[in-house]
Design a protein around this ligand. Sequence first.
Ligand code: ACM
Ligand code: ZN
Length: 513
Amino acid sequence: IQAHPFVINPQTGIVYPEGNEKLQRTAEFLASYIKEATGITVRTTTEAARKNSIILAVDGSITNKEGYQLEVTSENIHLNGGSESGVFYGIQTLYKALPLTKNKQVSAAIPVGTVNDYPRFGYRGFMVDVGRHYFPVSYLKQIIDMLALHNINYFHWHLTEDQGWRIEIKKYPKLTEIGAWRDRTVIGRNTEEYDNTRYGGFYTQEQAKEIVKYAGERYITVIPEVDLPGHMLAALAAYPEMGCTGGPYEVCPRWGVFEDVLCIGNEKSMQFLEDVMAEIIDIFPSKYIHIGGDEAPRTRWEKCPKCQARIRTEKLKADKNHTAEDRLQSYCMTRIEKLLNSKGRQIIGWDEILEGDVAPNATVMSWRGSAGGIKAAQLGHDVIMTPNDYCYFDYYQSEDTRHEPFAIGGFVPLEKVYSLNPTASLTEEQAKHILGTQANLWTEYIPTSEQVEYMVLPRMAALAEVQWTQLEKKDYTNFTTRLAGLIGLYRRDGLNYREPFRQQADSTATEKK
Ligand code: ACM
Ligand code: ZN
């Protein structure tokens, strides 16, 4: 027998517990989703539930804090979360179940049934590089809305790069006066030609706090990244005395990995990092602070008297696996880790931090494939998997690159993203160290919001299932069927998603010619 669906109409009430501000906000989110999707205005209320209500509550018997139970009958919807965040994920599910009928009807039906849902991983991340290209606060909020729609709970904000320093640091004003602006940008894939146009921007500390708050209201933690000791040319352009050669340096107009990095032998550079971190932890309440560690060439340190003196005084020794300069990087990372640990924070570093003495409490972010993450998990470190061959959303989505907007290279189609299993080839014990997974959006070739959306959507939907769905329930064919609904939402919101099955359409078109 087909049960009557629950019908949302102008008399529907969304009920939240009196005094629970978080669930009040969630109730208001749901009312706004219903309005956007169907055009129907519903009430939010603390009045005791009766018929035609959507009742939000926390239920301590749901063991996963982010889990929820959604029970839809023809009379009411009961949405219980393991905590308020669970309720938030429940309303995301309802959002996706709403028919998109704006202004076409006065009621909307939700089919009856029960859903018990909870995430596979506690860490579900997405990284945006604002160093290569800058995106304003208003657009970052739109990105955060996309993350919320996909149940992503960490926004990794890559804030510093060779090509631009993007976060205000009050003790070092030149970081943004000088370091946030480049005079020119290379054209194409590192040609010898430049556009000779000044480019840049930065976030004030107040703006960064606004992002933290906006994300927090959507159960998303902002993890700031200050990438050190490499990818520091913008900071060196502002404070050249912090480099091994003393400069002069330019805020970098090209893409790549550059030899000029922080001088670890110079106590001023180390003091700089400590001062920057002091301000960063005041802005960002996140337990995790990402301190980079990727792509730091050792060439300047090898020739720098100050760095060589540090190697001697700290008794840093080469062995068959590591050079003394590798250990100099470890010295730097460990020193910052100790400082952050003393303030109750934990560091995340890219997998290069395994090439020395790994900072003892570090969480390793595996990007050069999964090997680094596997090794780190075997060593007992916590790991976030972001292997470039599955998770780099700056890579092409089609092999037919002539019909794609210009990108950095690579090939990560939708199905490849979906196929990632972050715990593959680990024992059960080691798999416990895999906190989760994230995708990274490096923006060398992504200058606009349209291009961001093109590269991210719908690959983010595939990522979301890698992050959320239990392994045994993953099914790509089933995913592609459900994707149509999500694409309806992208279209409604004017997002510039890539048509996922365009390749087939293209080849048919070609055949016709
Ligand atoms: C990285 O892609 N350099 C972490
Ligand atoms: Zn040096």
